[in-house]
Write a protein that binds this ligand. Sequence first.
Ligand code: BTN
Length: 283
Amino acid sequence: MDQNRVQAALADLPLGAIRFFSRVSSTNDEAARWIDEGAPDLSLVVADEQTEGRGREGRVWYSLPDASLAISIILYPLEKGAYVVPRLTALGALAVKDSLYKDFGLHAQIKWPNDVLVNRRKVAGVLVEAHWIGDQLSALILGIGINIKPAAVMIFQRDESMYHFPATCVEEALDRPIERLDLLHGVMAELVRWRKRISSPEFLQSWEASLAFRGEPVQIISHRGGNELTAGSKEDPPVVNEGRILGLSTDGSLRLRQNSGEVTMVRFGEVRLRPTAAGVGDR
Ligand code: BTN
């Protein structure tokens, strides 16, 4: 990949501008700098390698040269209320999921709130970060990391503390090599398509229909006080809910039937979901 190839591959899409880097600390950091310089809406940062990539809950996210796809998209809130973090996270996850299916025939699911799974293993993660000017929300940065080659998975497995869910990569799932630019094109095309309908009932329905572990026994660990823009303090005792996923409510909260029979809403935030069925587990 290089600037020219990325630009040529995405030329048919109505994006803002594109910046390619062979190596960055984090594409989300580059995106934040670019917003300060006046990046247009729907601008894209692509990196071949990240040295300080971030995941949710303060975790490291590895992106290796040639083996991963690390991108950040700059989005300015066009419609009041529509650009809340849960929907934007879903926008990224749906774009990856739909591209994997349409362009590669792979069935993926979304592990609420932010992971994309293939064969019940994590293939991609989404991290939305808000960019503020003073106390005004100026833009949102939608970061997406996708494991493409086995090397991308192996590096997660080397660092057990960071490896909290079984991982896979696109090439392992397909059993063949892919051209990363094809997937990048597919993801960006789906993102542009879904963004126009981000507030629609159809968006929510599609997100809900994509949920992994629906109807299965799950455990959800959340930190009190967290919301979609501010994480709950790590000092707060975690709240553990066990039950079965029913679906989503309109704000992107997860509807869970607890083992007691009570239906509860789990808010988006510092939340970790894991199936409790034997054989698949969080780590
Ligand atoms: C997660 O699963 O915890 C989210 C991972 C998000 C990783 C992507 S890679 C591109 C962008 N830049 C980052 O530093 N993180 C996101």
